[in-house]
Design a binder for this molecule. Structure first.
Ligand code: ATP
Ligand code: MG
Length: 414
């Protein structure tokens, strides 16, 4: 393996004025967590990070690197001394490794060390001349080369690379504060959660579970999804608040006209989520809604549902097509789990004709027909939080009880 380090860039982060220090500190900390246990040495500079590979498998490092939000791109790099002969030899070795038959190429040189005896153009000339005369398959094309060879001459050494791989982007998770993700067992909400983390929002999750109306497997699925998402979290762990939703759910099924079931159910979810957000210092709600996918997600519906909260609701998927959401779901390794066919509270008793443009006054009217406030307070009070980490092995069904009982046992055994 020719490469001995990875050059990590963080683009926009360095432009953020007085927040810069906070951002960098968060990024460095995140980097440390994600690289834990790997045989690498991390060198922090003000505008980039170098990961020295030591004896580590480069693919393993890249896999971890792809979990770090706030990184814009990275390159596999060969470091050599800044002696021009050494640069030439290393360049040839690299090009032989990358181009086995024929290709057009171009050399780009940047010289950070202004005291270096050769100018950038001179370095480029020396190196391309040498490489051309020792690699028969190469031809120069400065406009549309198939391969680029980048050389950076810095104070201590020269760095050579020819890839620039896009990373997760965004901001280090946590710098934007905390948000509460409404997490179902479906495809959309885990994707929304990871996108929010990518943008710097640390997340906690809330799940409304209606066991035994719904199966324990559907609750397990949610726990397993949190475990997948935890890979992106600051300390590889995420809290999930399990809300016992059955009583409220049954009461609304009994009292509300079928066409408004979903509207009222979601208004209850938003109310509870807002209360849990408040209690846990979350500054916004996050969910997997996308405009127009189902009856409860038309703009008219969102207006009537959203009016129960004054918290900002972040909807990262709002304008995405389902195919794009599925692609992202696969990328974060949640898809196979998400499509497991366990019903959740949104899929039991689905009304035949849900209102697609529910009116606020009708919604309020139905809510006046039963004492939802008491049930809602109870649900909030009996909510239980669990912390799920990337290596947690919580198996709810092992205990053979309904979710409430399992959670109680977990709490007592703590
Ligand atoms: P998903 O694929 O995330 O389930 P969906 O397209 O099935 O979304 P809905 O079931 O209408 O749409 O849910 C919309 C959003 O509401 C979800 O993305 C999630 O954020 C939230 N949500 C729905 N059900 C629950 C639940 N039981 N607990 C927590 N949040 C939920
Ligand atoms: Mg769903």
């Amino acid at each position: 393996m020719l490469y001995n380090q990875i050059l990590v860039r963080f683009g926009d982060l360095t432009l953020k004025g007085k927040n810069q220090k906070t951002f960098l500190r968060a990024l460095y900390r995140l980097m440390e967590t994600k690289m834990e246990g790997l045989d690498v040495e991390i060198e922090y500079q003000h505008d980039r990070i170098f990961i020295h590979l030591l004896d580590e498998d480069v693919n393993k490092v890249i896999e971890r690197l792809n979990l770090v939000s706030g990184i814009s791109s990275y390159s596999l790099v060969v470091k050599c001394s800044d002696q021009i002969d050494d640069i030439k030899k290393t360049a040839l070795e690299l090009m032989k490794d990358v181009v086995k038959t024929t290709a057009t190429f171009k050399v780009n040189t940047k010289r950070a060390n202004k005291n270096y005896p050769l100018h950038s153009m001179e370095i480029t000339k020396h190196v391309s001349g040498y490489v051309l005369s020792n690699h028969q398959g190469l031809k120069v094309d400065v406009h549309t080369p198939e391969v680029e060879l980048n050389i950076e001459v810095r104070r201590d050494a020269a760095y050579l690379y020819n890839t620039n791989i896009r990373a997760l982007g965004g901001f280090p998770v946590g710098v934007a504060g905390k948000g509460l993700l409404m997490l179902s067992g479906g495809i959309d909400s885990p994707v929304a959660g990871v996108l929010a983390m990518k943008q710097g929002i640390e997340i906690e999750c809330v799940h409304f579970e209606s066991t035994p109306l719904t199966s324990i497997e559907s609750a397990q699925k949610v726990v397993d999804l949190v475990k997948k998402m935890a890979k992106y979290a600051p300390h590889n762990k995420i809290n999930i608040h399990m809300v016992p939703f059955k009583e409220l759910h049954m009461a609304l099924l009994d009292n509300v006209d079928e066409s408004y079931n979903i509207t009222i159910m979601r208004r209850m979810m938003y109310r509870i989520a807002t209360e849990i957000a408040k209690r846990n210092n979350c500054l916004c709600l996050i969910n997997g809604e996308s405009v127009g996918q189902v009856a409860s997600q038309t703009l008219g519906s969102m207006l009537t549902i959203n009016s129960v909260t004054n918290y900002p609701v972040v909807r990262p998927l709002c304008t995405y097509d389902k195919v794009d959401i599925i692609a992202m779901s696969r990328k974060i390794d949640c898809y196979e789990l998400s499509i497991k066919p366990f019903e959740d509270c949104c899929t039991v008793y689905v009304p035949k004709a849900p209102a697609t443009a529910p009116k606020l006054d009708r919604a309020e009217h139905y809510e006046s027909l039963f004492d939802w406030k008491t049930l809602l307070d109870e649900a909030v009070e009996n909510t239980q939080a669990i912390t799920i980490s990337t290596d947690s092995d919580l198996d709810l069904s092992m205990l053979g009880l309904e979710v409430r009982e399992v959670l109680k046992e977990l709490k007592e055994n703590k």
